[in-house]
Structures are given as C-alpha cells and as structure tokens.
Design a protein around this ligand. Structure first.
Ligand SMILES: O=C(O)[C@H](O)COP(=O)(O)O
Length: 523
C-alpha cells in the first residue's frame, strides 16, 4: 500500500540532508522555515503538498491539518505535542517521528545540566564574565554517592542513568510501562512515585507531556522531597509546574533547576530564567550536529519507505496500516471492505460487530487491519482510510471487536449478537465453509470491485431458500446472469449474496416479484 508523496513542505530548520534525500527520490521539496511563525502563509502553501516535515516550532493544529491534503506529517525529532494527532488521525493522515535520532544528545544535555547544577557552573561563569572572582560564593557538592531519580525510563532516561552512574550516583526511577525487573536489569531501582520523591537528591524527567504528566512535579511533590532537591527538565515544558517550582526555589526547598524547556517558548515571563539557581538553555536538547543530521536523514528515508510501501517505521497513529502494507494483504483489505459494504445493508448504528478471523497466523495478523477495512465499507465514506476508519466508525456508533480462532479455514466472519451475518475469504484461501449451502466460498466470495451484487437476509433459513429461488427465476426472466452466489444461514436467519455478471438490475420488477432485496449495491 503505497502513499502519495509527490511534494513535501518543510517548515522548520532541518539539516539539508533531509531535502537531498527527498529530492534524490523524486520528491519535490519546498523548504520555508518562515512558515513556522506565519500561519496565514502556512495555510496558503500547505494544500499543494502531500507531506509536511516539522520540528517543534511549527504548530500543526487541527485547522492546519483540516485545511490540507496531507497524507503524512513527519517530526524530525521525538516530541509530537506540537502536532494535533487526533485531528490527523481523524483526517486519515499518518503522524511519524524519528524516535531514536536525538536520544544521545538529549541525554548528554541532561547530564551536563546535572553537572552544571552540582558545581554552579552557569552562575559562576556569568560572575566571572562580570569581572568577579567569587570562589566562596560557588561552593558545590559532589555527585558521587548522591541519588538520581529518573522519571521515565525510555531511551533517554536509560542513557542518562547509565552515564550518571559513572559519576558514582545511585540511580532510581519510575516508569508505568517498565517493570521493576526490567529496570533492575539496567541498574535502575524502581519505586512508586510517592516513595521515589523523598529518596532523590536530583530528579530528572524524561516523559512526554500528556495529561497524566502535566505538572507532575508540583508544590506537593516538592514538599515530599529532601530540602534542596535539584530538578532537571530537558523533556517538555509543563511537566514541572513552573509557578510552584519558582516558589520552591525561593523557599530553598528546591536547590536548583536545570531547564531546557518551558511552557511558553520563548518564555515571556523571565522569573524562572533569571532565578540565580536556575541553569537555563533555549530548548537545545536535540541541537547538536549529530542529532540534527540523524533525524533529518531518518525522517526523509522514513517518508520514502512509506511512499514505496516498504515500511511505516516511526508511524504513531497507523497501527492498522503497518500490517496492511504487505501487498499479499490487499485482497484481505478488499474482503473486509466488501463485508462492511454488505453489512451496511443490514446493520445501523449503534451496533456492535465482531470481526472473527479463523485460520493460520496470517489471519491473526489480518485482524490488526480488518476492523478498519470493515469500517471503510460500513460507512461508505470516500474520505475514510485504514487510519481514520476505526476512530470515525466508533464515533458513528459502530463498535468493531475482534476474535481470532486458530486453525479453521482462513475465513473472516462478521457476527452481530451471536448471529453470523457473512463469512468470506480471499480467493484460494478457503475450501468450503460449512455453514454455507454447498457453495465453494473461494469462488463465490471472489469479490471484484465494480461488480453488481444483490444482498438479502431473511428471518429463517427456509425463507432464504425460497426467496433465492424466486430471485434467480426473476433474474433469469430479466436476462440477468448470475456469476456467483453465496448463501449462508444460521438457526435463526438466512443471508444471500448474489453476484451478477451484468448490471443494471430492475429492482422494480424484483419488488413486483415479491423479493425482499435489502440492497442492490456495487462494491
Ligand atoms: O522532541 C524533540 O525531538 C526535542 O525536544 C527537540 O526538539 P527540536 O527538534 O525542536 O529541537
């Protein structure tokens, strides 16, 4: 499944390697970092591009996304909080970052902050530049034997811990996604937050800014810490409550803060930056030649790989697409979509549908995108794709659950309230489905886009058989040939899908013949 990527707009300062790689691969590139600060101009330029690449300066808000024709937004870096991912997902736009490219640079800056705070390097340097020689004023403390608490034990947190251990620091930490055993394996002793705070001499945060991490370190936390605790934030502004940090600095409860990021960047309120115990830098975590070169190369190559259908590495909101990229899965996507179209004739929102796949491991993999494919067919909205279908189907009242049954005949069933609406499979994948009335399904469900189908359901199996005989007779009398037929039934209902070799269909004549056709539809 390839992505449209004829033209890419870059609105932040990225290393020229990014432009080179995209151009070398036949992509037109417009590089205009001024657009990061000029929304009107951004909105005017964006519609003619398929891809957008940013760092943290460009605010990719919902109105920007909705006014665009983008297929993909790339972040040359880690944090995507400047991109409205919900709006992107609802519009079916991939959001992608370069998760590891600036890890070392961010970790090294954090370590530099810890060292700088321990020896007052920032303030001592300013004092010397002012012509003073204040040796007594800048008495420091060693790091050896002190405890560093790392909140967030992902890539960056782990690199910080490992480097600071070489200074003789004891490393403790917390991460809701990392077990105590796992963190012990990289020499970080895990504690619940409430137990972590009183143990720490230094606290460094390496978490994204999301609702549970907003103001994670606040006045109440400072009151539980050792007096003089030092805090470092090279992650995102707002993880440490800025107002309550200032109070803690003023009272001495906090002995120093290393801040690379701020709620507002650049910060209008300078109280924290000007505080003597604050070591401040202007969001320089990823600002090294190495990190910039890496993230620029990575985002460009990831775009090309996505365009060529090779990989979706770094994609944050396209779970269904990742497995669906494999060309062998295309018939399965089409099957899901067709089943969704058929289902739309018999179900309406709100409803809960079970997408049940049985067969080999490939069928289990297919379940990662089948509900999305069913959703596309179900909602019959041309703006839907595998990225936005799950969210939009849910918003419309369709709950799509999945179930995998190992073994079986590589088929997919759509089940509502325990009643099997349809079962299907892709050509060559399935032998004969037992619940179908003697029709080899691999022929009958070879669904071809643009074919004309009639689908009807009945309250009993017998009624279905009778209706089918009447329908076939009626079609025959109209000169419409039937190319394949799928019938299904359970104890309580019957279903039938008739594929016609030629459209159009005289639905009035059918109605006159007393046939309850749910829908005549073109897949
Ligand atoms: O999230 C990141 O990757 C870092 O904060 C760096 O941001 P920047 O690319 O704007 O320097």
């Amino acid at each position: 499944m390839a992505l449209k990527l004829n033209s890419v707009l870059i609105t932040d300062d990225v290393d020229p390697k990014c432009i080179d790689i995209l151009k070398r691969n036949g992509v037109e590139v417009v590089f205009n970092p001024k657009l990061a600060k000029d929304k009107e101009a951004l909105l005017a330029e964006l519609p003619r591009h398929d891809g957008l690449i940013v760092r943290s300066a460009t605010k990719v808000t919902a109105d920007v996304i909705n006014a665009s024709n983008l297929s993909i937004i790339g972040r040359a870096g880690t944090g995507t909080d400047n991109i409205d991912s919900v709006a992107a997902t609802n519009k079916g736009v991939i959001v992608m970052n370069t998760p590891g490219g600036n890890t070392i640079s961010a970790a090294e800056l954090t370590c530099a902050m810890i060292c700088g705070l321990s020896r007052n390097i920032g303030t001592a340097c300013i004092s010397m530049k002012e012509g003073r020689w204040d040796r007594k004023l800048f008495m420091g403390s060693e790091l050896q034997g002190k405890t560093l608490a790392v909140v967030g034990l992902g890539r960056i947190g782990r690199e910080v811990a490992s480097r600071m251990r070489s200074f003789g620091m004891k490393t403790i930490g917390y991460d809701p996604l990392v077990s105590a055993e796992e963190s012990a394996a990289f020499d970080v002793t895990s504690y619940p937050l409430e137990e972590l705070w009183p143990l720490a001499d230094y606290i460094t945060v390496h978490v994204p800014l999301i609702p549970p991490t907003k103001n994670l370190i606040n006045g109440s936390v400072f009151s539980k810490c050792k007096k003089g605790v030092k805090v470092i934030n090279c992650a995102r502004g707002g993880i440490i409550d800025e107002v309550e940090l200032l109070e803690a600095l003023n009272s001495g409860q906090c002995g120093g803060a290393g801040l690379d990021v701020f709620v507002q960047e650049p910060p209008k309120d300078q109280s924290l930056v000007q505080h003597p115990n604050v070591l401040a830098t202007p969001h320089l975590g990823a600002s090294t030649t190495e990190a910039q070169s890496r993230v620029a190369e990575e985002i460009a190559q990831q775009f090309i790989d996505a365009r060529d259908g090779k990989s979706l590495f770094g994609a944050l909101n396209a779970k269904a697409l990742v497995n669906a990229m494999d060309p062998v899965q295309q018939p399965m996507i089409e099957l899901g979509r067709c089943m969704g179209v058929m289902a739309s004739c018999v179900v309406s929102a709100p409803s809960k549908l079970l997408v049940k796949a049985s067969g080999d491991a490939g069928m289990k993999t297919a379940l990662s995108f089948l509900p999305a494919a069913v959703g596309i067919g179900l909602m019959k909205n041309s703006a839907l794709n595998l990225i936005n279908a799950p969210a939009l189907a849910k918003a419309a009242g369709y709950e799509l659950c999945t179930e995998y049954v190992a073994g079986g005949d590589n088929s997919v069933s759509l089940v509502q309230d325990g009643v099997n609406l349809f079962t299907g499979c892709v050509e060559g994948k399935c032998s004969v489905l037992t619940q179908l009335a003697g029709v080899p399904l691999h022929n009958a469900m070879t669904l071809v886009s643009g074919s004309s189908y009639i689908m009807f359901t009945t309250s009993t199996k017998q009624a279905k058989d009778e209706a089918l005989i009447t329908l076939l007779g009626s079609l025959g009398s109209q000169g419409v040939a039937v190319s394949s037929l799928v019938t299904g039934s359970s104890e309580t209902n019957g279903a039938c899908l008739v594929q016609l070799s030629s459209a159009p269909l005289n639905t009035e004549a059918l109605a006159a013949a007393g046939i309850q056709v749910c829908k005549h539809f073109v897949l």
